[in-house]
Design a binder for this molecule. Sequence first.
Ligand code: BTN
Length: 236
Amino acid sequence: MMDSHYFDEIDSTNELAKSWDLKKVFTLLSTKRQTQGHGQRGRAWSAPQGNLSFSLIWKEPTIPLSDRARISLVTGVSLVLTLSEYTPGMLSLKWPNDLFLNGKKVSGILVEGFQDRVIIGIGINLNSQLEDLPIELQKNSETFFHVLNKKLSEEEVLEKLTINLIGHLSSLSQGHWDDLMKDYSKYSCLINKKVQLEDGRRGVVAGFGHEGELIFQDESKSSPESIVSGSVFLEK
Ligand code: BTN
């Protein structure tokens, strides 16, 4: 059911995933060193040596097009559940798809639809030192190595994550979205927290809507509104 390929160094596993000749329903492309990684919204994603960068390609996904947006939230759930084994009680999800360790970003997700496939790209600050990351990211980033003071097996983490993620994707295609969203909410670090939107508005996160949209209660308005995309910043 799954094809797996490892590269010592590669520009971007998500880019390679676009031209990869798919033989199975799921294909995993992974590397310990990615030189030209893409992040959300056209940003770069820095992946120094020791970090994990991979893309799981789902060929002809058996879910309706309208459900595709759900994949990145489900991927977050899968990351938090799998990686909690190593850092129990320390991981949370920051909407829409950042994984936080001790309140700082430790992993990012970039899901892209391309022709016959969905590409789920994941980058994890696993075995790098904080100082290996670009200086401007160090303040708000975390790495598993920095917290645990020991290296984790990249192969083991990758295997566990892939198995768990494929399981969650099949749950999604079997219609278990509501349960997955319950887990998402459970691990969210935003519920009932004061946040600021990109446009500077301040308010509180009341929860998530049925499609995973953020329910935002502006401090100067009486009724909440749904935010479907963008970033939010936790108020200190
Ligand atoms: C983000 O938080 O901005 C998303 C980061 C996603 C990075 C991963 S690393 C593997 C895959 N290949 C890429 O070029 N990007 C994703």
